[in-house]
Design a protein around this ligand. Structure first.
Ligand SMILES: [Zn+2]
Length: 570
């Protein structure tokens, strides 16, 4: 083979790899039905910049969240900056048709990706102040360093990131999560934070920021007293609130959420601009909407607790708690994002933990044992399959799905069972008006048929460099593989030559303890720049090239350190 042929082959290989990466969406062969009310809900996300007041604009429909621009004397402030650099730049270009005044500050209403990950794209090389609640960096780091692998994949299912336009209608709070494998994802860390409240004047505009835990613990709202404008972040949007999110998060406390809404109700608000869905204008309308919203949350909370205290289990309470007649038709309480049933379950378990009180669920049979027993009960595998098949034919899709749990637990490759499971998931997805449930079912259907979800999210270098070393070591700790280091005790000192920080990691008892200081008589000492260490852990560079380029210095030798690193997941 000539050099030219080899070159062409390599080029073709990289082209195919990049095509595969770009085309992350998966299509369905069959027509996928859409619930009418969900389709109609798309009207909320008509893509446009809405002028709310002479100096206040909101970009809707450019991505999952809104972005809000406040124009001051000689500059602008932007509240929430979209989920990616591309979405942020598109919003900024739309804002630039209104004013060319420079960007002076950004405000994050909370840590969620759709509000912060467009910041490096929006800000570019400008130096701007970034305002957020003091807890925002903690929650950002927690997601990025600790729970990212699983919440990312579950989030992709929930937002339908891998579904094509036939299957993805809207995401309930926005048209779609606007990310793809080549997205620029960067969150600039806040440099102006506060605990309870902060009053600040920027370019002649008075801002009041208040801590308002609800959808997240770090949530804030922005009050512009002279404009009578309130920006509530994600504590209200035009759908039932996401008291629980199926991608999985820490407990969202409904009590705190209603209290935060009550704080907002005390103002004479003329313009309410949420970070999702459209603005509400008019004092009375705003007050009534906030009241309805907080009442919906309180109702579900209080009734769940009432039944919980009577000894009902969570699944029993799901059957009992439905919004009352005065609330159930309210436009802001339709279940296009959160669901009452999920909220009930979450409130129950958020208060009482995993155990529902039924002794049967205290130490249940393992999934495989239960599958064996159910198959035996049915009279054999084929008989249980017949039950699943007829459940499907009778439109009992949930029951069919539950039976395929047993069938596939026993025979994971069984083609007939896979088909029933696939078809049941598609039917369940099609009939849902809740997009989170729809997307989760439809994406899971693709996965049953062998589609593999991979991570397409990579924070940019600036974001990786800004993560504190402590967060990086937290990440290491939850990636330890006990079977690879049983009985091993080893002390590693880290000297970060650029920041002069010194850290030590002790591995013992199949855990790692990290300390912000060196230990005496370390087995291994590593000298490295903190930026390079972070790039290594974020897989932005390889260990091999780092070693070859002399960017890492290890004593007594690199092989001991390589072995130490082999104890962790990649
Ligand atoms: Zn949001």
């Amino acid at each position: 083979m000539s050099f030219k042929q080899i070159f062409l082959l390599i080029t073709l290989f990289f082209y195919l790899v990049s095509c595969h990466k770009e085309n992350h969406k998966s299509s369905f062969k069959e027509e996928i039905n859409i619930d009418y009310s969900l389709q109609k809900h798309s009207e909320e996300f008509k893509k446009e910049v809405v002028k709310v007041k002479e100096n206040i604009y909101v970009a809707i429909g450019y991505g999952l969240a809104n972005s809000i621009m406040i124009v001051g004397d000689e500059g602008i402030v932007i509240v929430d900056v979209m989920e990616s650099g591309e979405a942020a730049k598109e919003v900024l270009a739309a804002f630039r048709k209104i004013t060319k005044k420079p960007l002076k500050a950004i405000i994050y209403t909370h840590n969620h990706a759709d509000h912060v990950f467009g910041s490096t794209g929006m800000v570019g090389n400008d130096q701007v102040d970034v305002y957020a609640h003091e807890l925002t960096p903690y929650y950002l780091d927690r997601v990025v360093n600790v729970t990212r692998p699983i919440t990312e994949l579950r989030g992709f299912r929930m937002f339908g990131v891998y579904l094509d336009d036939k299957a993805l209608v809207n995401c309930g709070i926005g048209p779609e999560l606007n990310i793809n494998p080549s997205s620029q994802l960067g969150a600039i860390r806040p440099n102006k934070s506060f605990k309870d409240s902060l009053a600040v004047s920027i370019e002649g505009i008075d801002f009041e920021l208040y801590h308002a835990p609800g959808e997240t613990n770090d949530q804030l709202y922005v009050w512009l007293p002279n404009e009578k404008v309130l920006l509530p972040g994600d504590n209200i949007y035009k759908t039932f609130p996401n008291l629980y999110t199926i991608r999985g998060t820490l407990y969202r406390d409904p009590k705190q959420w209603t209290q935060s809404l009550d704080k907002m109700r005390a103002y004479d608000i003329e313009y309410l601009i949420p970070s999702h869905t459209r603005p509400i204008i008019g004092k009375e309308k705003i007050h009534n909407t906030l009241t309805t919203y907080r009442d919906g949350i309180q109702y579900v909370h209080d009734q769940t607790i009432r039944y919980m205290n009577k000894g009902f289990t969570s699944s029993e309470i799901v059957e009992k708690v439905h919004l009352p007649a005065t609330l159930k038709n309210e436009p802001f309480l339709q279940e296009f994002y959160g669901k009452v049933s999920w909220s009930v379950t979450n409130i129950f378990h958020g208060n009482l933990g995993f155990f529902d009180g039924n002794p049967t669920t205290l130490q249940p049979l393992s999934p495989i044992k239960k599958a064996d027993k159910m198959i035996h009960l049915a009279g054999g595998f084929e008989q249980l399959f017949e039950q699943a098949n007829s459940a499907f034919l009778n439109n009992e899709y949930q029951w069919a799905l539950e039976l395929t749990d047993y069938l596939l637990r026993k025979k994971p490759q069984d083609k007939k069972s896979i088909t029933i499971r696939y078809q049941s998931l598609v039917k369940l997805g099609e009939s849902e008006s809740n997009p989170n449930a729809r997307h989760y079912y439809l994406t899971s259907a693709k996965e049953v048929n062998g589609f593999v979800l991979t991570s397409i999210v990579e924070p940019d270098l600036r974001t990786v460099h800004a993560v504190p070393l402590e967060g990086m070591f937290d990440n290491l700790s939850v990636n330890l593989i006990p079977s690879k280091c049983e009985g091993v005790t080893v002390n590693v000192n880290f000297i970060f030559t650029d920041t002069n920080e010194k850290w030590s990691v002790q591995l013992r008892n199949s855990i790692t303890e990290t300390q912000p200081r060196l230990v005496k008589d370390a087995d291994i000492t590593v000298e490295i720049k903190s930026t390079i260490w972070k790039e290594l852990l974020a897989k932005k560079r390889s260990g091999f090239t780092t070693f070859l380029s002399g960017d890492i210095d290890v004593s007594p030798g690199i092989s001991d350190f390589k072995e130490f690193m082999s104890y962790f997941e990649e």
